[in-house]
Design a protein around this ligand. Sequence first.
Ligand SMILES: C[S@@+](CC[C@H](N)C(=O)[O-])C[C@H]1O[C@@H](n2cnc3c(N)ncnc32)[C@H](O)[C@@H]1O
Ligand code: SF4
Length: 512
Amino acid sequence: MIKILLQGHDYKYEIAEFLKLFTSEFSFIDGSEDFDVINQVDILMSQLYIGKTDQKIRVSATSQVISDGEILFNNSIEEEYLLEEKKFAKNNKKIDNIVKTMSKRVIQKSMYPYFVDKYKIDLPWGILTGIRPVKKIHSLLDEGMDYEEIGKFMIDKYLISEEKLELILNIAKRERKFIYPLSENKISMYVSIPFCPSRCVYCSFPSNTLSEFGDVRDKYIEKLLWEIEGTHRQIMEGKKEIETLYIGGGTPTSLEAKQLDRLMSGLKNILDFTNIKEFTVEAGRPDTIDEEKLLVLKNHKVSRISINPQSMNEDTLLKIGRKHSVDDIKSVFKLARKMGFDNINMDLILGLPGEDPNMVKNTIKEILELNPENITVHTLALKRTSEISMNIEKYREGFTDYNNMVDMISICKEELSKNGYNPYYMYRQKHMLGNLENIGYSKKGFECLYNMQIMEERQTNMAFGAGAVSKFVYLDEDRLERVDDVKNLEIYLERVDDMINKKIREVRKNGD
Ligand SMILES: C[S@@+](CC[C@H](N)C(=O)[O-])C[C@H]1O[C@@H](n2cnc3c(N)ncnc32)[C@H](O)[C@@H]1O
Ligand code: SF4
């Protein structure tokens, strides 16, 4: 157990997130607490100094580990940032953000060697803990740095490995062609269908089971269209162009064919579809997809669908509660192809209970035989409200270790690149096994614009329905505001007008 004492700062949360990469055995000591340095075992003192003038910001952090009165480790890191000639030199909010970013970085960097040595763990992402590493690259490019300078910066400041650096630089290069030039007039739109045939054991997404909530689907669609119509009429119409539309969930194909048709016809009546470049429906679970529903999607010109296996191993599908077989996945995929769907995504999860690298090899082999345009490779995240996390002891034995996880990621990377798939967007999640990453791969020309926009947060996303999260992007101020729709289905049905008003308030308070 290591005890941590903060001096001159209060970055407790950031330090805790960082230390969780190595261990859960730590606690913080309150500065006013009466403790005796001589008799305590392993105390980490983290100090921060910030100096700021009109010309520059200087931050320095020192980490000292003391055990039984002896200094075991002592390391200081300092960083300077020149403000002269910066356009935003007088923008206090921006400067505060820079100070915060620098502070977190030097604090973590100053303690990094101690933990790497103590736990003998090699972290390919270094001290980079955020979930959007590519967004950082875009910001540096926007500041005028070139790829080479950014590479040096990321290695020096974040201790990131060459391999991960190459990944994020390549993704940034690929994404830039799609998301630039930026425009505040274009938006992405998300529609949430929070129903599923049953709940998968790893999942914490909005998913109300059909056995319990199937009967409210009609009412939900009407309320959802009401929310979209009300919002559209008051703040979108004539002002915002919808670039991409994504219907996700949950599992949108948990709706009956007639209900899907009502939803999509309703959307068409309200929205201007003229400039939509991409229309995705995350069909998702093969056990919800049939010819009649696919026909509805086709008739409404859906351009991209997902058919998600998660794994192509029968035993795993049973364990995770998917309620469909490997054969179901194959036959639904072939049906969609026959009906003319020429842009299909398949989601996988690495590290599912009981899976080893050989099983992942099998999954990839089977998927490649189907030849989808997109393959999204997730690594298992232990979500607090999932069945796995709530009954962790039942599943613990089946978890894979960090090295296996790294192997599984490499298998995917190698096999997919051999077969013409490139990584085009990525993100990291908290509570991921090994704190690794999720990567979207695609064949050239099939990159999902919606996924790139949502990840890099350079475009407003208007999101509707229970559990949907809208993000309003203010490019000039480098500012982003979240507006959440309630997660609970029943409350959503009751309070849909509040959801409309929340969005209107957000837009109006910004003078639009
Ligand atoms: C919103 S979910 C919905 C997809 C659809 N309902 C389905 O199950 O096929 C999107 C994707 O997130 C991934 N996912 C969900 N929970 C996850 C977890 N705990 N760890 C890693 N990936 C997860 C799965 O690959 C899933 O297909
Ligand atoms: S993974 Fe998909 S089908 Fe399973 S519970 Fe989550 S949203 Fe529903």
